[in-house]
Design a binder for this molecule. Structure first.
Ligand code: OOB
Length: 566
């Protein structure tokens, strides 16, 4: 068995001077995640914290009940050996047990590693290995996939993983040999180790969208994250009357903290966990739970706008629709408020930290055409020339690459020294990879990106990760994946592969199946795979992936231009 220590290794701390400043400014208050829940129980113990839905009906827990469950589970997890500082992969869909498990881990001082329900074996194995996780918390069969079986297979391969805990949610009944989450609920002791966690320590590991290979892990501290949560709750006007609909996966940073589920806990409101993001499901929940705010990605906003025209549901409680994760086109933005009768709020954020919001009282022009401004007066934004190695700032109002530093933006990825050397500047700015311009008022307008990432309707795909999967095919000698404009998703993926000569090249369907069967999230499987004889020369002698991808994207655009002309 591997020795698993607390997470201090592999974490780049905030410089002491900055930490001091953030404390003095009142951003870092010393609050921890257990203290966040304590405050909610003290102030709103009898109010509904979480509403879950499932095949066999609803679950409804008050703050006092959520806390009792979390404490009970923490005691059970401690009994099987989960200790403070241990990492635990949380791989759950939108079920109330998600909040129970996450707060149980916080109560224990163990660190959740937030996986998405769409992730498959290759991603989960990597998170478990890289974080040396001691356990995986998951469900049984969900969304036509047996998570528990996959988690057990990973546990058998990754030496640090000693337990798989399976949430016995409706529709995924426990089978023999499972360690079910409900069987771990114990009578808790009065205090648990996480109750006196150091607020400047890492509380959990969030995932990056990834640019090179697999997602990086993002270490967030109690102090920095909870500052962003409290400030977001205020910007978004959350109160104890708020009913927040989690339509996107609970583990995504947007749903979790912008202001998301944790913002709701801070305000003492109610979180409704949607089992699926589709308009039928979500409109039903808006009507039955009187939802006041929901968060979606642009393609979902478009689907909801369409569906709103023909729904019989009463959506009148919905006051705010947050749209983020990918660029919301102004044409879509304009349709949202009239169709849904809710105020639009654009959200441009990243799991690494920085989050921008249009404010609820901003003029329409700002709400429709910008991605808002940062949470904190101490968020530092630099817009620089991406082609100049000295990264000089561009003229005001010009487009450039966004660098950022501030009281809730990480200074380095977890255990990633080599990558950190290029992802951050020497003075600690995070290179977001986004191309933006700032308006005169200081609002951010996102206009593109420089990073090797495809944003497929808010789901981030690292080109290199998918290329590596294609390259694993015995008949493929080279692969490059590019994003192609798509009316609905914003971008879809088009892979080009060069096949081994003198053999029948594999077809698109076979290659897509091959990638899927390697156990990757479905959204990463290329939408189209095209076999080509060779790649266009990049004109730089040595192959530059970036130049190659640009050349292939240009070639695709040319082709589609020709088609539309003919
Ligand atoms: C959110 O977080 P991530 O970590 O999945 O992705 C971050 C990246 C950004 O760097 C940017 O490239 C893109 O997603 N993005 C947007 C955007 N919001 C995110 N691009 C254009 N317009 C927007 N509104 O996606 C995330 C985290 C917290 C809150 C909201 C979104």
């Amino acid at each position: 068995m591997t020795a698993v220590g607390p997470v201090t290794d592999g974490v780049v701390p905030y410089p002491a001077e900055a930490a001091e400043r953030y404390r003095a400014a009142g951003y870092w208050t010393g609050q921890t995640f257990p203290a966040l829940l304590d405050a909610a129980v003290a102030d709103h113990g009898g109010r509904t914290a979480v509403v879950g839905t499932g095949p066999s009906g609803g679950e409804r827990w008050t703050y006092a009940e959520l806390d009792a469950r979390a404490r009970g589970l923490a005691a059970g997890l401690a009994e099987i050996g989960v200790a403070p500082g241990d990492r635990v992969v949380v791989w759950l869909p939108n079920v109330p047990e998600y909040l129970e498990a996450v707060f149980a881990l916080f109560r224990l001082g163990a660190l959740p590693v937030f996986a998405l329900p769409a992730h498959r074996e290759s991603e989960i194995r990597y998170f478990a290995e890289h974080a040396e996780a001691v356990a995986i918390v998951t469900v049984g069969r969900h969304d036509r996939f047996d998570h528990a079986a996959a988690a057990h297979a990973i546990a058998a391969e990754v030496p640090s993983v000693r337990h798989v805990v399976v949430a016995d949610v409706p529709g995924a009944e426990p089978v023999a040999g499972w360690l079910s989450l409900s069987s771990l609920r114990r009578t808790p002791p009065d205090t648990l180790p996480g109750d006196d966690a150091d607020p400047s320590s890492v509380a959990f590991l969030q995932l990056s969208g990834g640019t090179t290979g697999l997602s990086k892990l993002i270490p967030r501290t109690h102090d920095d994250y909870l500052y962003s949560v409290r400030a977001s709750a205020e910007i978004c006007g959350l109160t104890a009357e708020t009913v927040y609909l989690a339509a996107l996966p609970a583990s995504h940073n947007f749903t979790m903290s912008s202001p998301g589920l944790l913002g709701v806990v801070h305000a003492g409101g109610t979180a409704v966990l949607a089992p699926s993001p589709d308009a039928d499901t979500c409109f039903g929940l808006v009507e039955s739970e009187r939802v006041t705010i929901a968060a979606v990605v642009p393609p979902l906003a478009a689907a909801w706008v369409q569906a709103a025209g023909r729904t019989q549901r009463d959506l009148s409680s919905l006051q705010v629709l947050q749209v983020g994760g990918a660029k919301c086109a102004p044409e879509l933005a304009r349709r949202i408020m009239p169709a849904l009768g809710a105020r639009l709020q654009q959200v441009f954020g990243m799991a690494e930290g920085l989050v921008n919001y249009t404010r609820l009282d901003d003029p329409d022009d700002v709400v429709l055409n910008t991605q808002g401004r940062p949470i904190s007066p101490d968020d530092e934004l630099r817009v620089v020339d991406p082609d100049d190695p000295d990264e000089p700032e561009v003229a005001p109002g010009e487009v450039g690459a966004l660098l950022t530093r501030g009281p809730y933006t990480i200074r380095g990825y977890y255990r990633a020294d080599e990558h950190n050397a290029t992802a951050f500047t020497a003075d600690g700015f995070y290179r977001t990879g986004d191309l933006v311009r700032l308006t005169e008022r200081g609002d951010v307008v996102v206009s593109g990106r420089v990073k090797e990432q495809i944003n497929r309707g808010g789901e981030k795909i690292a080109a290199e990760e998918v290329e590596n999967h294609l390259l694993a095919h015995p008949d493929v000698v080279d692969a490059a994946i590019v994003g192609v404009p798509d009316d609905f998703l914003g971008e879809r993926t088009h892979a080009f592969v060069v096949a081994v000569p003198d053999r029948d090249p594999p077809g698109s369907a076979a290659l897509r199946r091959f990638v899927r069967e390697r156990g990757v999230a479905a959204y990463k499987v290329p939408d189209v795979v095209e076999v080509v004889a060779s790649f266009p020369a990049t004109g730089v002698g040595k192959t530059s992936r970036r130049a190659l991808r640009a050349a292939l994207a240009a070639h695709l655009r040319e082709e589609s231009g020709e088609e539309s002309r003919s």
